[in-house]
Design a protein around this ligand. Structure first.
Ligand SMILES: Cc1cc2nc3c(=O)[nH]c(=O)nc-3n(C[C@H](O)[C@H](O)[C@H](O)COP(=O)(O)O)c2cc1C
Length: 159
């Protein structure tokens, strides 16, 4: 019996996550998308993954590139998360960032980031699993994380 998509999404949404913005640079142009499908995968070598929807307007950029950065958002960055999920213009206009090794944008105000080179892509239904090998990973801010649960932003109970 096929599971209704909305139902499946609602059930999976009970899994609380952090929030990331995954960025990349293609021919000098930065691209970025909010994603909560991020996971660390392996310590040796240091691998991470995220899942990218095929319908994303950034899909082609992430298929062309061999670099990406994972930006782990702090509790005060809920508006930035919405911006990188919804805004249809240049998402980097007015957003401060710098680059580490690969050139992928590391955004100001994030708790930590991992600068990655592409390791593998795996087809997965209407998404593609993108695996990266971290060249550099740093915690740059001692702040509470932004959380996401049941379609809403949340904060740690202790914060
Ligand atoms: C909290 C949150 C988490 C998201 N996680 C993902 C994700 O893991 N993968 C993905 O492809 N899209 C994810 N999205 C949706 C994208 O951020 C974006 O809205 C969607 O891809 C459409 O915009 P685009 O065409 O610019 O990519 C998420 C959105 C939000 C608000």
């Amino acid at each position: 019996m096929a599971i209704d998509q909305r139902h499946f999404r609602d059930v999976m949404g009970t899994f609380a996550t952090g929030v990331t913005i995954i960025t990349t640079v293609v021919s000098g142009a930065p691209h970025g998308i909010t994603a909560n499908s991020f996971s660390s995968v392996s310590l040796d070598p240091p691998l991470v993954l995220f899942c990218l929807g095929r319908s994303s307007t950034n899909f082609d950029a992430f298929m062309e590139t061999d670099n990406f950065a994972v930006n782990i958002l702090s509790a005060s960055q809920d508006k930035l998360s919405t911006h990188f999920a919804m805004f249809e213009g240049d998402r980097f206009d007015g957003t401060a960032w710098n680059a580490w090794e690969t050139g992928a944008p590391i955004l100001d105000g994030v708790i930590s980031a991992a600068d990655c080179v592409l390791e593998a892509r795996h087809d997965a239904g209407d998404h593609v699993i993108i695996v990266g090998r971290a060249l550099r990973a740093e915690t740059v801010l001692d702040a509470a994380p932004l959380l996401y649960h049941r379609g809403r932003y949340a904060a740690l109970a202790s914060e």
